[in-house]
Write a protein that binds this ligand. Structure first.
Ligand SMILES: N[C@@H](CCC(=O)N[C@@H](CS)C(=O)NCC(=O)O)C(=O)O
Length: 248
């Protein structure tokens, strides 16, 4: 059986979650970097049913989605586990993980495409170290239609992004509470930690947001779980959309 193959998009937060989980398990893998939108066709050609990354080929199986990958990896290689053995504790971790996948992850994605639609220049910083098959500079220069389509697919409207930013302080409170309850941020990082930390790291690539996140328990956990994450976006959001943040 060949090495595992992980299909990703550079800067994709759930893709990073999947990579971190493979690394935690000590499973060697080959990373395949894809260009957004084009990725959908490549995944179809590779026999995946869905059109999103992360997508993993492992032991002759195709597994897609960060939560599905977590469960498959725990099955294939139980140690070290990504979920607690105790059912009540596992349920809490699964609740946090699902929220990370369904709420925080799309929020970080909407904000990112909204910002790139306004200024594509930072796109190159999200592709650091990627092998896209074309020079990153060229991909960025010709990437206008990809950014527009992605912003549309992901609902990156002013209205949604404004609402996302207004809700972000509450999201951070929720994560801090999970950390103080011990659901997240334990000695051994679990599937919820790895799911949520990558979205936080993507949010922290925004100069507008990083100061409000990094000193909180959520931000500290994100930096511990994901020491390096590519990308940097200079101030981009209207000041009034950020009025709910405290950066002390
Ligand atoms: N919630 C899923 C969502 C995955 C997802 O939407 N991935 C994005 C990248 S972050 C994607 O593949 N988008 C397709 C595209 O950009 O063309 C997961 O965690 O796996």
């Amino acid at each position: 059986m060949g090495a595992a193959k992980l299909y990703v998009i550079p800067g994709s937060h759930p893709s990073r979650t999947a990579g971190l989980m493979l690394e935690r398990k000590g499973i060697p893998y080959k990373r395949v970097d894809l260009i957004p939108v084009v990725s959908k066709g490549v995944l179809k050609l590779q026999g995946f049913r869905g059109v999103t990354v992360p997508a993993l080929k492992i032991e002759g199986r195709r597994v897609q989605g960060s939560r599905e990958i977590a469960r498959e990896l725990d099955k294939l290689k139980p140690e070290p586990p990504l979920f607690p053995a105790d059912p009540a504790r596992r349920a809490k971790v699964e609740e946090a993980e699902a929220w990370g996948d369904q709420v925080l992850q799309p929020k970080a994605r909407r904000l990112t495409w909204w910002a790139l639609k306004r200024n594509r220049a930072p796109m190159a910083t999200y592709s650091e170290g990627a092998r896209l098959g074309v020079p990153v500079g060229l991909a960025v220069k010709t990437g206008g239609p990809i950014v527009s389509l992605s912003a549309r697919f992901n609902g990156s409207t002013d209205e949604n992004v404004r609402e996302d930013l207004a809700g972000l302080p509450g999201d951070l409170d929720k994560i801090d509470a999970w950390i103080s309850e011990g659901v997240m941020g334990g000695e051994t990082l679990n599937a919820a930690d790895l799911q949520i930390a990558t979205s936080l790291r993507l949010l922290m690539t925004f100069e507008d947001l990083r100061p409000a996140i990094e000193k909180r328990p959520a931000g500290e956990l994100a930096l511990r779980a994901v020491p390096d994450f590519p990308g940097r976006t200079p101030p981009v959001f209207p000041g009034e959309w950020l009025s709910g943040f405290r950066s002390d």
